[in-house]
Design a protein around this ligand. Sequence first.
Ligand code: ADP
Length: 191
Amino acid sequence: MLNIVLFGPPGAGKGTQSAKLVEKYNLVHLSTGDIFRANIKGATELGMLAKSYMDKGQLVPDEVTIKMLQSEADKHPLSKGYIFDGFPRTHTQALALDHFLATKNTGITMMLALEVDEEELRSRLTERAKISGRPDDADPKIIQKRIEVYQEETMPVKEYYASQHKYKGVHGVGSVEDIFIALCNEISKEQ
Ligand code: ADP
């Protein structure tokens, strides 16, 4: 299996690149942000809970997020692999993911990271707010909070994979196609 953690701060382009990677490598795309937003739209209990955190730029609690991710992954038992987009975002989530994949006799192949500087991120998120309709993109204070949460809680996840020599960083500024080619180059080294 090819199991990729696609990593990067809010606005790094994970969603855009995931769509291309999924198509090329025939993988299942699991975006925790997308799943939460679908639940909010469907007004489920999980959606209401997630919304109360997302609207403030905070992380949804680990226990809820991990359970949801596992049940989504289990919907695709015959998959050739997964792209985890927006997950794991905490050290606890990373440990849970390893444990979960081990029960399926597989593991994370690599973490691919989109590296984008903060100023570029802020401007991308402000632009995205005009079309996405996402409340968490519309308010600069919430954007700031998400960047802080990323630095404090999510950056340690990079070290987790780096210590296993699984971290591969790619410069995330440039054309969508050039960044995609850079990601594919990293994948081809592992295959
Ligand atoms: P972005 O990367 O642009 O912040 P996402 O769609 O990945 O957007 O996430 C939006 C929000 O959903 C996050 O700010 C957080 O509140 C929640 N969320 C997404 N993934 C996770 C996760 N793995 N753990 C906890 N909360 C999450």
